[in-house]
Write a protein that binds this ligand. Structure first.
Ligand code: MV4
Length: 453
């Protein structure tokens, strides 16, 4: 078992990992940039080391600095959390070369799944249903146009090193194709230093459903069921729920089986999420991409399975054999997570950093708040604007919606603007309540600014 884990992250996920380590009995090392000196994760860890200035490239992405911190404190493992270095295959390799366990999959798997075109090719070879599209990358717009004509418009051009919506171009007809293709390639070069792009048939109104999997080092792989993540704004998930109310138990079982097959075939170790596009009309699902890290929205899965994903992720990398009861999981009730960002929804979600002057977080049966903020905390402007995740669990979706509306009403975060009013309007929206929403939901949803906000 690990004696000491260095948590190479900040904010709520750093706290989450520290809490899981405490429960196991593992000592923890926090790293922080100078603007995060007063952040809670530096307080809750057993040790805390400043690794550089605010700029992520000089701190949370600074591999030599992080490794020095691990060496100084005699850490024997590093947990990357999500974002930052969590899907950096070089970091995984460097940890291994320095006798540090990287709490994540091997660098080969990170590389394969991080290269979206090669991930598709891997799935195709495994006979996994993938979105119709190009075989591998597309080298030029002439080749691309041929593929697009065969697929039929609309199509979508995606950066192979992208993912999460970055470097995507939707093309509705052939006249726009060459320009879109050339733009996608140049954006991919700028954003990811990799011009490789691929093409897929564009699904106009899919649902975004993902399957959580966990694997130990003994070849056991289990599905921890599904999450619905279709409520996205500019490819940032806003609200997630588990299980999805849009798929039948039969589809849930099939998506789980396909996901377990993928993890087994690639020799996956640890936790991972396979993202699918789901077409409600045909009840068909298609592999879109695989994320090789813990995800922001993991708590909704923990609530419906009563299984601690982060704790077991750490234990799996320390050699734990996963329990057999995971093989016939059924969703227990319904869970919803609202991401609370320090942004002003009435000003096009402009970031709203600053000091939290007063704070009241909700509680009660089936209510969980994962946050690193406190009254007096100064939210820095250097990082992601998410300041809290409010998660509820109830015996039905309807009760979970009512419970979430209630706890959002209870919540008080003063001193900065937050997206709480936006979340309340989503939860009260008839299309959302019906469950028949898809990835276009927020494109047509109108936030109404109210005086008493
Ligand atoms: C798609 C798609 C429809 N058709 N691919 C990729 C990254 C992920 N964050 C969203 N992605 C999508 N890929 C094909 N072939 C729809 C999405 C999608 C989406 C696209 C645009 C705007 C919002 C979206 C929300 C969820 C999914």
């Amino acid at each position: 078992m690990f004696k000491k884990v260095l948590v190479a992250n900040r904010g709520e996920i750093a706290l989450r990992i520290i809490r899981a380590c405490k429960e196991i009995g593992i000592d923890t090392v926090a790293i922080y940039s100078d603007v995060d000196k007063l952040s809670l994760h530096t307080k809750f860890a057993d040790e805390a080391i400043c690794i550089g200035p605010a700029d992520s490239s000089k701190s949370y992405l600074n591999i030599p600095s992080i490794l020095s911190a691990a060496e100084l404190t005699n850490a024997d493992a590093i947990h990357p959390g999500y974002g930052f270095l969590s899907e950096n295959s070089d970091f995984s390799t460097i940890c291994k070369d320095n006798n540090l366990t990287f709490i994540g999959p091997s660098s080969d798997i990170i590389s394969v799944m991080g290269d979206k075109a090669s991930a598709r090719d891997t799935m195709r070879k495994l006979n996994i249903p993938i979105i119709p599209g190009s075989i591998g990358i597309v080298n030029n717009s002439e080749e691309g146009l041929e593929i697009a004509n065969d697929l039929g418009f609309p199509v979508i051009i995606k950066a192979s090193s992208g993912g999460g919506g970055r470097g995507m171009r939707i093309v509705n007809d052939s006249q726009d194709f060459k320009n879109a293709f050339d733009t996608a390639q140049s954006e991919a070069k700028i954003s990811f230093n990799d011009t490789n792009v691929y093409i897929e048939k564009y699904f106009v109104s899919p649902k975004h459903i993902e399957i959580q999997i966990i694997s130990d080092t003994h070849g056991n792989v289990y599905s921890l069921l599904d999450r619905e993540c279709s409520v996205q704004r500019r490819h940032q998930k806003v609200l997630e729920e588990a299980p999805s109310s849009s798929i039948s138990d039969e589809i849930r079982k099939k998506m789980s089986e396909v996901s377990v097959k993928i993890a087994k075939e690639v020799g996956y170790v640890g936790v991972g999420t396979i993202e699918y596009l789901y077409d409600s009309e045909s009840s068909k699902f298609y592999f879109m991409e695989m994320n090789t890290r813990i995800q922001v929205e993991h708590p909704v899965t923990e609530m419906i399975t009563n299984f601690d994903i982060v704790k077991n992720q750490i234990l799996c990398h320390a050699g734990l054999v996963l329990p057999e009861w995971l093989s016939n999981l059924k969703p227990r009730g319904h869970s919803i997570e609202c991401r609370i960002n320090a942004e002003d929804p009435s000003k096009n979600f402009m970031p709203s950093p600053g000091e939290i002057t007063s704070l009241h977080m909700p509680g009660g049966n089936g209510v969980r708040v994962d946050t690193h903020i406190y009254a007096g905390y100064k939210i820095p402007s250097n990082y992601d604007s998410m300041i809290a995740k409010i998660i509820v669990h109830a015996s039905s979706r309807s009760e979970a919606i009512h419970k979430m509306l209630g706890v959002l009403d209870e919540s008080v975060i003063e001193g900065v603007n937050t997206t709480i009013p936006f979340q309340k309007q989503i939860l009260a929206d008839s299309m959302f309540i019906s469950g028949n929403y898809n990835t276009n939901f927020l494109n047509t949803f109108q936030y109404k600014e109210l005086d008493n906000e």
